[in-house]
Structure formats: C-alpha cells, structure tokens
Design a binder for this molecule. Structure first.
Ligand code: BES
Ligand code: MG
Ligand code: ZN
Length: 468
C-alpha cells in the first residue's frame, strides 16, 4: 500500500528536491555542499551522518510534468538499494500537479521483473511526508499512484514474462480474476466458438496452435449517466513465430513482446477501474499465439473475416492485422462506442520509421487526432500521425479475395497495415490505430536487455480522463 501524508516531523530519511534556481537561493542553509550539488536535472547527492540519510535530487530548470516523473523514476531505480523502508520526508516547492508527477515517477521507477513487493517502497513502514500538500491531497495522490502502478505493472509483467509462462490459459485466468476483482463483464470465445461467430481471420491465426483461442471481451461500466463509451482493441499475440512464413532466428525471442497493445489496454482498464473513471470501456483482446504446425494457416489461404470480407493470406507473419480486423469489426458491429482505438505491436516498418521515439498513429477523425496528440505530448508517450490516403488501398487489392493481407511493395507497411484495418471498422467515424511496435518493448533502466516500457497506459488514461 502506498502511504502519503502531510507531516512536518523530521525523519531519518529525507529527500530534498531542488530546481536550480531554488537551490541558488537556499543553498546557504545547507553548509559544505557548494561544490557537490547544483540542482541540475537528475543530479543526486547523498549525505549521511550518524542520525540521518539525505538525498538531494536536482530537477533542473522549469521541468515539465513528464520530466519530473522521469527524474523521480530514474532516482528510485538507481537508489532502490540505498533507500530504506522508513518514513521519508520530502522537502519540495513543487505544486500539486508536479508533486503528483514526482510521486508517480518515484513508484513507477521501483518496477523490476518479476515484480515482487519486496522493495522498500512497497513495505508497510514506508511513507512519504510532504509539508506542501494537504492531508486530503496526500491521500488522493496515494490512491492515484497506486491505481496507476497496479495497472501499468500488471501490463508490464505480462509483457515481460517468457513465452512458456504466458500461455493462453494463464493470461485468461489472470483476466478472469481481474474481471472478478474489479467487477468487469468478462466474456471469452474459444476457437470453436470464434469460428461459429464467424471470426474467420482470427481463427485462421489460431488454427495452427496447440493452444485454445481466447477472443476476450472485457467491459468496465462506470454507472455514470451520459458517460462516453470507449472501445479498445489490443493486439494480443502471445508469441509471434511468424507462422509458416517463419521469422529468422536472430532476435526471435523478442517476439514474446507481441502483446504490447493488449498490455496497454489491460493496464488502462485496471487503473480506470480502480479510479472509477466516469467513462465506459469495452475492450477486446483477441488472444492467440502465431505458431508453426501442420495445421497452421498457409500463404495463399483465403479466409472470411467477421464482417464478411475475404482475405487472401500472403504472409502468415502479418497475423496481427488478421486478429485486429476481427477485433475491430466485432466491436464495431456489437457495441455502441463514441471512440474506437486499437493498439498493436503491428509492424517492423513502424520501428524502422521512428525507432524507439514514438508510436505511428492513424485516424479518420481530426478532433480525435488533436486529443490523442495532446495526451501523447503530455505523458511523453509520443505519437506521430501518418496518412490513410486511399492510394494505399490499391497495394492490397487481391485477385482472389477482397484483400491481400500484405502489400508486395517493399515500403510503407505500417501505412498499408493501417489502411487494411480501416476496412474492418464498419464505418466508425472516430477511430484511431496506434502502431506501437517500437515503443512498447525496448531499452529500460530496470533491465539489461529489452523489456516492457509501460507505453500506452498513461497515454490512454490521460485521454480517457479528458474525453468528453
Ligand atoms: N509482431 C510483428 C511486428 C513487430 C516487429 C513487432 C518488430 C515488434 C518489433 C508483426 O506481426 C510482423 O511480423 N509484421 C511483419 C509484417 C510483414 C510480414 C508484412 C513485419 O513487420 O515484418
Ligand atoms: Mg508477425
Ligand atoms: Zn506479430
């Protein structure tokens, strides 16, 4: 449990937050530190004596909210071995919003895989004491931070798990328990049920697997009158071998991360439920792996998607757009939503285009673009818009079906994939597709190899908090 209080009393562990300018004004109160600390971004000076340990943390000049979060999370990650599970007073001049960012960063920065609450921050006797916020504000920040950590860590945990620990049955068990805990509606369609429903594109991906399919629908209902309903679809390919169009062996282990879209959705759903956000959420996670076997779907197969369109499969490694196509049209046909957003680790093309700096996003609604970019900029979970021009549709015209699942041209696959998905939104006028292949899984402070970044959770939450 996160404990935050308004208290004045002196503690044996202290954190001093200083912007450069404030430090200049106050440094005379801290003798003998002149040369050791200037308040620059990410600067840390640790001072101990027999009775106290003091951490001086620099936040630079006029940091933005996400920069404060970043500084705090780097600090808690770097110093988690030094910080004790003790009441800790924080000396700071930050306003309420910046304090919220500081606290969120501090706790998010404690994450490591696997997440065990053994870290001092998560023990009973840890408490953060602030003088500059009221007791009521302190309680509120504790709840908000805990809700965010519970959501984001759950998503990161599933992304980081090795392939043999995230089988369909295991993640389904987790989702079912989560639904019970937060009173969400939970529905799942097996392979047979999905086939019966007509989810032909999704079933094609799953048919080569020894594991069941789990086309999962989760619903959070706020109970608030006139609440907007947000539709979310998250790509949830538990391991992407490429299928019969098999991927090369180098870096294949990274394909355990092909559920980054689903993890962002799961995280946002958990946090939104804990915060009791005044919106409704319908989330679809078409869960499967993309396996190689005798039963696997083959290049040249023609399958019928949920909306009746036929797809010629020319590359079984373009499986994400198959599962999302059915996820999107199922959501669009069966639920009334004000906005429809899908998130997916969809293409290597998006990674080659933007590296690890931002997600590529596509939308058919200018207003929605503005809202998404605002949340993306604010949370520093960046997005950059790419076109949905009709000329791209020609690239996946098929001789034997309505569409091919790939273009034969060696460029623009993230645009092709987006344009392909647009064929399955059933006329939804407020849709966005987020290709997060480059940003969901990558270099992180808490691990040596690539791991979950938590991308998307704060982005979706900020978007939903401000959506009306
Ligand atoms: N899961 C991959 C996309 C991906 C690539 C995610 C790199 C994260 C990092 C997706 O299913 C895929 O294999 N896409 C292919 C599509 C191609 C066959 C048209 C790709 O991008 O190479
Ligand atoms: Mg693939
Ligand atoms: Zn994939």
């Amino acid at each position: 449990m996160i404990k935050i209080s308004n208290k004045k009393e002196s503690t044996t562990q202290k954190i001093f937050l200083f912007a450069e300018d404030d430090w200049q004004q106050e440094k005379s109160d801290y003798p003998n530190m002149n040369h050791f600390f200037n308040g620059k971004t990410n600067e840390v000076f640790v001072k101990t004596d027999a009775s106290q340990i003091q951490f001086f943390l620099g936040i630079g000049k006029e940091p933005k909210g996400y920069e404060i979060q970043g500084i705090a999370s780097k600090f808690s990650n770097d110093y988690k071995k030094n910080l004790q599970a003790l009441p800790t007073s924080v000396h700071s001049k930050l306003g309420l919003d910046a304090t919220e960012d500081f606290i969120k960063g501090l706790f998010l920065g404690t994450y490591c895989y696997p997440f065990e609450k053994s870290h001092p921050f998560w023990q009973e006797n840890f408490e953060l004491n602030f003088e500059n916020i009221s007791e009521e504000e302190a309680q509120n920040l504790a709840l908000k931070t805990e809700a965010l950590c519970n959501g984001q860590f759950a998503g990161m945990e599933w992304l980081n798990k090795p392939a043999n620990h995230k089988k369909v049955a295991q993640i389904s068990e987790f989702l079912k328990t989560t639904a019970e805990k937060y009173d969400l509606d939970y529905k799942v369609l097996s392979r047979e049920e999905s086939a019966k429903e007509g989810l032909g594109a999704f079933v094609a991906v799953n048919q080569g697997s020894s594991q069941e399919a789990a086309f999962t629908i989760l619903q959070y209902k706020s109970g608030k009158e006139n609440a907007k309903t947000i539709g979310l679809v998250g790509k949830c390919v538990l391991f992407d071998t490429g299928g019969i169009s098999i991927k090369p062996a180098s870096n294949l282990h990274y394909m355990k991360s092909d559920l980054g879209g689903a993890c962002a959705v799961i995280g946002a759903l958990i946090t939104a439920s804990e915060l009791k956000l005044p919106v409704n959420i319908v989330a679809i996670l078409p869960i499967t792996d993309n396996a190689v076997s005798e039963k696997a779907y083959l290049p040249s197969d023609v399958v019928t998607a949920y909306n009746g369109k036929t797809i010629e499969v020319l590359n079984t490694d373009a499986e994400g757009r198959m599962t999302l196509a059915d996820g999107l049209s199922y959501l669009s046909k069966n639920y009334e939503t004000d906005v429809l957003i899908d998130l997916a680790t969809l293409t290597g093309s998006a990674v080659r285009m933007f590296g690890y700096t931002c997600g590529a996003y596509f939308s058919n609604n200018e207003n929605l673009k503005g809202k998404l970019e605002k949340s993306a900029d604010k949370t520093n979970q960046r997005l950059w818009n790419l076109p949905l021009w009709d000329v791209w549709k020609d690239d996946f015209a098929s001789d034997v079906a309505d569409f091919k699942n790939i273009s034969m041209k060696p460029f623009g696959d993230c645009i092709v994939a987006a344009k392909f998905l647009e064929q399955f939104i059933e006329g939804h006028q407020n849709w966005a597709h987020l290709d997060i292949a480059g940003v969901a899984f990558g270099d992180v402070a808490y691990a040596k190899d690539k791991a979950a970044t938590g991308y998307g959770v704060q982005l979706l939450l900020d978007f939903m908090e401000n959506y009306q």
